[in-house]
Write a protein that binds this ligand. Sequence first.
Ligand code: NAP
Length: 239
Amino acid sequence: MSLTIKPNRRHALALAAAGVAALALPLGTARAQGKLKIGTIGAGSLGGAVGALWVKAGHEVMFSSRSPDELKTLVAELGPNARAGTVQEAIAFGDAILLAIPYAAYPEAGKAYGEALKGKIVMDAGNANRSDLFEETKRNGIGVTTKKFFPGARLVRAFNAANNRLFTENAGKEPRMAIPLAGDDAAALKVVSDLVTSARLEPLVVGGLKDADRFAMGTDGFGHVLPAKELAAKLGVTH
Ligand SMILES: NC(=O)c1ccc[n+]([C@@H]2O[C@H](COP(=O)([O-])OP(=O)(O)OC[C@H]3O[C@@H](n4cnc5c(N)ncnc54)[C@H](OP(=O)(O)O)[C@@H]3O)[C@@H](O)[C@H]2O)c1
């Protein structure tokens, strides 16, 4: 499959908001239930769609943009658990951060936000195929390449392996769609696994950061809508 569907941000968030507003938990309720705060870096097709799933689950989500005013109306539609901010504000806000920007922007973003992301759980959804960094990710591994730009972040490759529409359409459907994950930090992997479950999808830990290549865009491990047991078999992972 390919990632050719590119609804603009307004469209993606509006679609997501339609299914969410009525279901969002009140802020007080969410905190009482121990929900996490999540910041997104990027609130385009991927950041908007996955962030909306967490809003729906009762997490507080700050969607960020370099022009946050453009997000205000739309996050209002997602309900009280969604807000808009600058990238710096979203990083400060989030217990966990979803990195959802073009891979070509990673060097620049690493310089701008790398220091603030040190020690943060960062879910890295980027695919490098359309960037000048593609050859480097093939040579060194995509997880390792991301780590070069964000040293000290607790990286977990997540939500990269299918189109955002598939995440939205399959959330909550049985059997649950598996989201392959890879990371070297066991505690971060656990937090991200719980966030995948919370989004009503099924986590599948494939291995360490180097194993992210097994479900990188352009490989046989990419683009599947399968339950974890079947995706594990396809990827040769014990489940
Ligand atoms: N779309 C999908 O179905 C999908 C699925 C899996 C993985 N991914 C991956 O997710 C990433 C985002 O894809 P997308 O489709 O969501 O792209 P998109 O719709 O074009 O959104 C890109 C977002 O990145 C932000 N951005 C761009 N350059 C930035 C920078 N230098 N610093 C901070 N923010 C920056 C933009 O925010 P502002 O311009 O408002 O600041 C925008 O919110 C890509 O790496 C892609 O490979 C996408």
